[in-house]
Design a protein around this ligand. Structure first.
Ligand SMILES: Cc1cc2nc3c(=O)[nH]c(=O)nc-3n(C[C@H](O)[C@H](O)[C@H](O)COP(=O)(O)OP(=O)(O)OC[C@H]3O[C@@H](n4cnc5c(N)ncnc54)[C@H](O)[C@@H]3O)c2cc1C
Length: 631
């Protein structure tokens, strides 16, 4: 279909939100409450996003279980977890605002698990000094999405009463893929896409777009992400002229299922370790004690007796090393398996059955019990699970201005949630994503609303529409070209083998060459059949996005000659304090991704002073320490 020759479906809104996970829905609520009309567009069914899959909980320093907790402790933990590469302002806003966002969810109808005193219960998680994750069993993301959907329906009902049409001000367009963000005169003008069911094209005009498309896991072979995690928003932003920051940092969650093959990569929540699960190798050794890095030695127990006592008395004992940040645990498991101490299926054992009674496991970890029982035939109340690292989360993402979530360099473009970069530095702490979605989703909705009120409409020209329509048509007009499934499988092999959990210069260089080759061949991808119900058609677009993401990751990884968080270089095994001073900024010139190093904003004095200077010496150069933060 050439869109100009037939009747093109067109919609006009003040704000478009691409993505209906936690970040997108929170942004939509905020923009609507600012009085604007909002379209929420998602490529899956409404209610089906990664946010729904979040199990462990949402990190917020409410201090309900340990009243020593506060935003400053949370801020410190987040910066430590990210190895001080985080954008300090994002980590600060997140730590300060997360408790309010959790309370707000309760006022909208969420019901978190309670303590005996009736407060919102909070559980332990890796890298968090105190019990901090508000949770609903191990189905926290489901409650978050359910509540936010309920809030949107409430807003629609209010609009129905006021304007006679429930969808007059906020409407959901589900199963609709956005293929392009449109600009006119250098500013955002809308987005273009197609309905997945029919293949028919659709134009959305709006002066502001919030990208909230989540992560990139499907770029890798073993991942906890679902089919939606193809890095669309990262690529859409790059193509629209925005930057990505620090794309070398991918989080390999230490515990994905490893068996049977059909479920390889599916997440085993960190709550299993938070609730007392221990990791052992094939020799029965509780191996994590061997892998406590120097920077964490004062916080983590180096013997079993102390680690076990911590579950009863957290004030007088150090934490078990199973609760180290994810990057540390993932590397440790990887090393054990490589050293030949792995399980039959290439993982290690995670056992919760020895410490917790069966009925408590079923109450606190119901989804995990079901998941292993149904998918692997393992009863986790009696036996150990087999687990291994899985590509889980991307720390890199769209470079944004922290207070407004505005994408740097593109007026009218905003990004929030997993697609945005900066907040988590080189490694995200578990539980920090769900509150990131709420804090920065809200800020993105407010930022976009503010922008629209001053910028006004920016109509899309016919030539822009034609170019977007031609790109959708292109793969249908090629006969006998490349197959998108084969190219995707090739890409996943390259990323898994050459820019995965452990990297070296020669491997990354090989990856860059191979990704370039796949990208050249992808220009000739042909789609057989028509547009209706055609997954090959969908993958042709997803592939283009994943290739850009992979190129950005590989090129950033090549430049960073150190190991930090979710980036481990076998040829540069240590952290290097000089490297901590730079972010890697990816931009796209229409042909390839280019990377430049950019100085990291310096911690302001009041945040610098929250840390013991001896701790900062582990991360900062003597010159930085001497400055004592910026004024
Ligand atoms: C199994 C699992 C468990 C997790 N557990 C936790 C946890 O306990 N605590 C925690 O803090 N974090 C957890 N995380 C991470 C967290 O869930 C995600 O980082 C977070 O939910 C991402 O939210 P989001 O709103 O950014 O994107 P998502 O929830 O991924 O939503 C993305 C949306 O964008 C849409 N979309 C994508 N591309 C397009 C396109 N081209 N056009 C239109 N729509 C598009 C999708 O359809 C979807 O609606 C977990 C992740 C997984 C996978």
């Amino acid at each position: 279909m050439s869109s100009l020759n037939s009747v093109l479906e067109k919609h006009k809104y003040d704000v478009l939100v691409i993505g209906a996970g936690g970040a997108g829905l929170r942004a939509a609520v905020e923009a609507r409450e600012a009085g604007l009309s909002v379209a929420i567009i998602c490529k899956s069914l409404f209610g089906k996003a990664h946010t729904v899959m979040a199990e462990g909980g949402a990190a917020a320093s409410m201090g309900n279980v340990n009243d020593n907790d506060n935003w400053m402790v949370h801020f410190r933990d987040t910066m430590r977890g990210g190895k001080f590469l985080n954008h300090f302002r994002m980590a600060e806003l997140h730590a300060k605002e997360a408790p309010d966002r959790i309370w707000e969810l309760e006022t909208w109808g969420a019901l978190f698990d309670r303590t005996k005193e009736g407060k919102i219960s909070q559980r332990n998680f890796g890298g968090h000094e105190y019990p901090r994750l508000a949770h609903v069993g191990d189905r926290t993301g489901l409650e978050l999405i359910r509540t936010m959907q309920q809030k949107i329906v409430a807003l629609q009902q209010a609009d129905g009463r006021e304007f006679g049409d429930m969808e007059s001000k906020i409407k959901v367009f589900a199963e609709c893929t956005i293929t392009e963000i449109l600009k006119e005169n250098g500013k955002i003008a809308g987005a273009y896409g197609y309905w997945r069911e029919t293949g028919e094209e659709v134009l959305f005009e709006a002066p502001a777009v919030v990208i909230a498309t989540g992560g990139v896991g499907k770029t890798f072979k073993i991942t906890s992400n679902s089919w939606e995690g193809t890095g669309d928003g990262h690529a859409l932003a790059l193509k629209a002229g925005a930057n990505l920051v620090d794309m070398e940092f991918l989080q390999f969650h230490p515990t994905g299922m490893v068996w049977p093959p059909s479920v390889r990569g599916i997440l085993v929540t960190e709550s299993v370790r938070g609730e007392g699960g221990i990791l052992t190798n094939s020799e029965g050794e509780r191996f994590m004690f061997k892998y406590i890095p120097d920077v964490f030695k004062d916080k983590y127990a180096d013997n079993e007796a102390e680690a076990d006592r911590w579950y009863e008395d957290q004030d007088n004992n150090r934490r078990p090393p199973e609760l180290l940040p994810r990057d540390e645990v993932a590397r440790a498991i990887n090393s054990e398996v490589k050293a030949g101490r792995g399980t039959e299926h290439g993982g290690v054992f995670l056992d919760v059955s020895k410490r917790i009674p069966a009925e408590v496991i079923k109450k606190r970890l119901p989804s995990m019990w079901h998941q292993f029982y149904e998918l692997a035939g393992v009863d986790i109340t009696k036996e150990a699970m087999e687990v291994g690292p899985t590509c889980h989360y991307v720390m890199g993402g769209v470079e944004v201005e922290p207070d407004t979530a505005a994408a740097i360099g593109v007026p009218g473009l905003y990004a929030a949630g997993e697609v945005a970069g900066g907040m988590h530095g080189s490694n995200r702490l578990g539980g920090n994503s769900l509150t990131d979605l709420l804090v920065f989703g809200r800020r993105a909705g407010a930022g976009a609303a503010e922008y629209v009120k001053s910028a006004g409409a920016n109509p899309v020209s016919d030539s822009t529409i034609k170019a977007a329509a031609d790109r959708i048509e292109a793969p249908f007009s090629r006969a006998g070209g490349e197959n998108s499934y084969s190219l995707h499988a090739e890409l996943q092999e390259v990323t898994h083998n050459l820019v995965g959990i452990i990297r070296t210069r020669t491997e990354i260089e090989e990856a860059i060459a191979k990704i370039a080759d796949i990208r050249a061949r992808s220009k000739n991808v042909a789609v057989a059949g028509g547009r209706k119900f055609n997954p090959g058609f969908h993958l042709a677009f997803d592939l283009d996005n994943m290739l850009l993401v992979a190129e950005s990751t590989a090129k950033s990884a090549l430049l960073r000659e150190e190991s930090r968080g979710g980036h481990t270089r076998d040829d540069f095994p240590g952290m290097n304090n000089t490297w901590r001073q730079v972010n890697h900024i990816s931009s796209f010139d229409g042909n390839q991704v280019n990377i430049k190093a950019q100085p990291l904003p310096m911690l302001p004095k009041e945040l610098f002073d929250l840390f013991d200077v001896h701790e900062l010496e582990k991360y900062m150069t003597p010159e930085e320490i001497a400055k004592g933060g910026s004024n």
